[in-house]
Write a protein that binds this ligand. Sequence first.
Ligand code: G3I
Length: 385
Amino acid sequence: MKNALAVLLISISLLSTVGPAFAQEDALAEPRSATLNEAFEGCFLVGTAMNRWFIMDEVPGVLDFASSQFNAVTAENAMKWGRINPSKGDYHFDISDALVDYAQANEMKVIGHTLVWHSQTPDWVFENWRGRPVDRDTLLARLENHMEKVAGRYSGRIHGWDVLNEAILDDGSWRDSPWRRILGEDYVATVFEMAHRIDPQAELYYNDYNMYLPGKRDAVVTMVKDLQARGVPIHGIGMQGHFGIGRPSMEDFTAALDAYGALGLKVMITEMDVTVLPWPDTLAVGADISAAAENRDELDPYTEGLPADIAEAQAEQYAAFFRELVARRDFVSRVTFWGVSDADNWKNNFPVRGRTDHPMLFDRYLQPKPAFDAVIAEAAPCGTE
Ligand code: G3I
C-alpha cells in the first residue's frame, strides 16, 4: 500500500508539475472508513474534477479512490473547446470518452465543463481566414456544430452542463467577450436555448467565480430573472468556490446562496478549494487565469508540509462553508472539489506558479486531512431524513 501511494505521488509530481510530495511516514496511514458520497447522500452530490492523467489511469489508484469518495465528476480541462477541438474539424474525444465511461461504470454523475467561455477557446472560432471577426451567423453555426459534436455526443449521459462560464465581471458589468461582441447582447438566451435543443435531458448551468460579491451576485440574479421571464431553460447556478481562509465572509457567502436559491434554481459549489497561501497584494482576488505574480519566499511558506494550526484553521473554514450548505440542502444540489488531492489542485500554480498549496480535503498521499473530518462532521443532518 505504501509503495503504491509513493508511486502515486511521484507520478503526480512528474506529470502535472505540481508541488512536491511529502515523505512523512505518518501521512501513510490507512484511509479512514467514512466517505464523502455516503456521508452527504441525503443532502447533495459530492464531486471531484479530474485532470487527464487521472482520467487516463496513468496515476495508479486514483480512479478507484475517486469513485469511493465522490459521486460526481467534472473534466478539469478535457471538455474545454481548446482541448477537445483545438483546430477546425479536429476533435479529440479520447479523454472525455474515458471520463464518461468511467463515470457510468461507477454510477457517478458527469458534469460537462464548459460550452461557452471567453477563455480556452481557440482564436479560429471567432475569426475568418483573414483573421478578422466572423459575423453572427457564422459564429452561431460554429457554436451549434460544436455543441452537436460535443454535447450531442454525450446526450443523455451528462447530468448537467456548465453552459456559460464567467460572462459577468466582479462589478456586475458584462464581460466584453468575443461571444457577446459577435452574437450580440442577447447571446445568453441564445446559448442556453441551443444547449437545451441539443441535450434536452441535461441540467443547464451558469457558472462563475467570485459569485459571492454583491455586484456580481445582483447582476446574475437580474440575468436569470430575465431568462426565466422569457422561458429560457436554465436549471442551476454554479458558484465556483475558489475560496481562502476568511474569504469570502460568511455573510457574503450565505447572502449569495440565498439569492440564487430564491430564484428556484439548483445551487452548486462547482470548483471548491480553500487555499492556505497568501494572495499576492498586487492582484485582484479571483480565478481569472490571466492573473499572475512572481514567486517569493513569503508567498510560499508551507513547502515542507502544512502546519497543524493552519490545517486546523482550514478545517474550521471548510466546516463553516459546509454548515451553511447543509442548512440549504433543499436547494443546494452539489458540491464539487476542483481536484482530488493537494497534489493535483490548480492552486499550486495560480496565481503564482510552482508554489506548494494545500487546498483540498486529501493530502499528497490521498490521506484525509483535518478538513476532511470537519466536513464529514457537518454531514450529520444529511442522514436524519
Ligand atoms: O498539459 C500541459 C502540460 O503538458 C504542460 O507541460 C504544462 C506546462 O505549463 O501545461 C499543461 O497544461 C496546463 C493545464 O492546466 C494542465 O495542468 C495549462 O497550461 C493550463 O493553462 C491549464 O490550466 C487550467 C485552467 O483552467 C485553464 O484552462 C487548470 O488546469 C484548470 O484547473 C483551470 O480551471 C478553471 C475552470 O475551468 C474555470 N474556473 C476557473 C478554474 C481555475 O482557473
